[in-house]
Design a protein around this ligand. Structure first.
Ligand SMILES: Cc1cc2nc3c(=O)[nH]c(=O)nc-3n(C[C@H](O)[C@H](O)[C@H](O)COP(=O)(O)O)c2cc1C
Length: 222
């Protein structure tokens, strides 16, 4: 009899336990909902991410291309901005560079030697709203043009992802992503893309293919 009573008590406890488990299981859908909500929040945040394409480029006489109406970097920049759906900002110097190639080479050489920071004629509106900066520039004397350093030093890059692309006459990236890393504190600077100016002017279809691959690899296609 005593044994039966113990078994009955155990059964009752077991039944109560089941009830308790059921009660504990009730929040399960809430957990699911929370996960769903987190996913939705992430999606909303993704939708709010904005890309700004910043570039510096110079028209006129240039290396291996003769006199051009549109600078090499600008041609690439326009295509990239369109493909990514990015806003654009052109770094326009207050004092424009001459159309003559050798004159520009000499000015740029002086600027590099003196560590000049040529003035930029405009500022970016709503800088905080961008988390992705696609930065295009020509290689000048194996480096970024000094005006691009001015740009990098003028804005707070913390938390920004920076995707550099360069146009050049043979130097490639010339280690410039590394220089951007040390100048734009707090930026996550990705590996860059290098395009030759001559190919941009003469065979843009092959350049498009390189750009498309780079954008896709970096998840930058809209
Ligand atoms: C002042 C100056 C310096 C240059 N220095 C280099 C260089 O060191 N290495 C290189 O590969 N190309 C050099 N170039 C060629 C440019 O990088 C190339 O033509 C570039 O595509 C120009 O871009 P843009 O037309 O957008 O200004 C130089 C051009 C200029 C005007």
């Amino acid at each position: 009899m005593k044994k039966n009573m113990i078994m009955l008590a155990a059964l009752l406890i077991g039944l109560c336990g089941c009830g308790a488990n059921k009660a504990e299981e009730t929040p399960a859908p809430v957990e699911e909902k929370t996960a769903e909500t987190a996913e939705q929040t992430e999606e909303t945040a993704d939708a709010e991410k904005k890309a700004l394409l910043v570039y510096f480029s110079r028209a006129g006489e240039n290396w291996e291309v003769g006199v051009v109406e549109k600078g090499n970097t600008r041609i690439a920049a326009e295509y990239i901005a369109e493909t990514c759906g990015a806003d654009t900002f052109e770094i326009v110097p207050v004092n424009p560079y001459p159309s003559d190639y050798m004159e520009t080479v000499n000015i740029a050489d002086e600027e590099k030697k003196s560590g000049a920071r040529p003035e930029i004629s405009d500022t970016v509106t709503d800088w905080e709203s961008y988390d992705t900066i696609i930065l295009g520039y020509p290689i000048w004397h194996g480096d970024l043009p000094m005006i691009v350093y001015n740009f990098l030093e003028s804005y707070d890059f913390s938390g920004k992802m920076v995707y550099p692309f360069v146009t050049h006459g043979g130097s490639g990236l010339a280690g410039t992503p590394e220089r951007i890393r040390s100048t734009a504190a707090g930026a996550d600077v990705k590996d860059g893309l290098a395009l030759t100016g001559k190919t941009i002017q003469n065979d843009f279809d092959s350049v498009k293919a390189d750009i498309d691959t780079w954008l896709a690899d970096n998840g930058l296609v809209k």
